[in-house]
Design a protein around this ligand. Structure first.
Ligand code: GLU
Ligand code: MG
Length: 441
């Protein structure tokens, strides 16, 4: 029996009859084709057909077009990555695997976001011998009514939704991704889960799996979950906090964390500083990947721990880039966190873009500006990141680093989707924007 047949036999004996094959589009929506377990071998060999037009789908399922993509013609093949095949605990009888997308000829497809992420991770290793560890935090809001009204970070919230949170923890554990922690967040009905760091592509895959697990367990408890940048409707909700999807990262070589043991700021190595310097420089452009929706900018405001200012600091939760030094007996725990990113982002574009930016920093030997402590709001000399999506789009369009890394076809599709969503919501009020995006991601 080959690898695929073994996987199919394992699924069948576990009573799994269906496999969900997902990828994430440029609007940040996880799209899917499903196959019966018995068809998995064929899916691996031939791929499953899907139109390329999804590269220019918007959050409301309307379509735009890019120079390379649009209209009804063409076909792509979705090829599942069975190394990630996971039996879903919250959907009995189902398994999941992420896909890479290939052209019908099986040539690489330049619009494939997961392949883009992998190419960047490979470049880091080939050029600098560096491996990245990455991890996304997942924040979401459930509409729990009176069952979820306890205070921010309050134990009362855990008691109110005790079975729900336990089942979520167990479901993730059963899938081999035991959470590092689960906690109630600031906003009403808001929670967060974080999982252990992994390689970049694996971290993006995990972001998808964790979200779908939260969604699945939430549905079983009659608690619809929102992962949108801003989930609260009405004036009160808009004053509240949004859902972030912060990215933690650390560069490693030969089992050594480059965030520690050097002569740079807070004992980071020069290479770590150069990598972070590249990420820091490209942050305005990276926002168009990591805070990709007009709704992202309802969240990305000062004094909300969302990383609205273009600064970095040690353990500074208001800075876009927060350096976490780790404890002396856990040097592996040191990392940097990009706080500005949210749950509307395609995690594969995020990890690929961040690595590309970091590699440019390494090539150019960049350094970081002085760190900032305290809330940067209103401080002279400290600038905000783009406060609206159109400004971030222009930074992305002008970023030579990201253009080179993404290539014209992928970048063109991303820019087309961003511009079309700006247009789509040009006359929407903030309340309408929240309403239109709350249940889409
Ligand atoms: N919910 C905040 C955000 O929008 C983050 C809060 C935190 O630091 O965990 O990113
Ligand atoms: Mg949080």
């Amino acid at each position: 029996m080959d690898h695929t047949q073994q996987a199919m036999a394992r699924l069948t004996s576990a009573g799994v009859g269906c496999v969900a094959l997902t990828w994430v589009d440029n609007a940040g929506i996880t799209r899917v084709k499903t196959v019966p377990t018995a068809r998995l071998k064929d899916a691996v060999r031939n791929g499953v057909g899907m139109s390329p037009v999804f590269d220019v789908y918007l959050v409301d399922d309307s379509m735009t077009e890019s120079p390379a993509v649009g209209g009804p013609d063409g076909d792509l093949r979705l090829v599942p990555d069975l190394d990630r095949l996971t039996t879903l605990a919250a959907q009995p009888g189902w398994a999941w695997a992420p896909v890479d997308r290939f052209q019908a000829s099986r040539a690489p497809y330049p619009g494939c976001q997961r392949s883009f992420a992998r190419r960047q991770a490979e470049a880091a290793f080939e050029e600098f011998g560096i491996e990245l560890l990455m991890g996304f935090e997942t924040e979401w809001v459930v509409d729990a009514g009176a069952r979820g009204s306890g205070p921010a970070y309050g134990m009362a919230r855990v008691v109110e939704l005790s079975d729900y949170l336990r089942e979520l923890t167990e479901a993730l554990g059963a899938q081999g991704v035991a959470p590092l922690q689960v906690h109630p967040e600031y906003a009403v009905g808001q929670f967060e889960v974080s999982v252990a760091a992994a390689g970049p592509v694996a971290a993006a895959d995990l972001a998808v799996l964790v979200r779908e697990t939260v969604r699945g367990v939430s549905a079983r408890h009659g608690l619809p979950a929102s992962f949108a940048p801003m989930a609260g409707a009405g004036a009160e909700g808009l004053e509240g906090l949004g859902n972030g999807r912060h990215l933690h990262l650390s560069p490693w070589r030969d089992g050594k964390n480059l965030c520690r043991g050097g002569d740079g700021p807070f004992s980071m190595t020069a290479e770590c500083e150069a990598f972070l310097g590249g990420v820091f420089r490209e942050l305005p452009a990276l926002l168009a990947l990591g805070a990709p929706s007009p709704a992202s900018y309802l969240r990305l405001r000062p004094s909300r721990w969302a990383g609205a200012h273009h600064c970095w600091g040690l353990e500074n939760r208001e800075a876009a880039l927060r350096f976490v030094a780790g404890s002396p007996d856990d040097l592996g725990g040191a990392n940097a966190e990009v706080k500005s990113f949210d749950g509307a982002a395609n995690p594969y574009l995020v990890v690929g873009g961040v690595i590309a930016a970091g590699l440019a920093g390494l090539r150019e030997g960049l350094t970081l500006p002085p760190p900032v402590s305290g809330d940067p709001t209103g401080r002279p000399g400290l600038r905000r990141l783009p406060a609206e999506l159109p400004a971030a789009i222009e930074h992305l369009a002008e970023s030579a680093v990201l253009r080179e890394a993404m290539g014209e076809e992928l970048l063109g599709a991303v820019l087309a989707v961003r511009r079309a969503e700006v247009e789509l919501f040009a006359s929407a009020t903030p309340e309408e924007l929240v309403e239109a995006t709350r249940d889409r991601y």
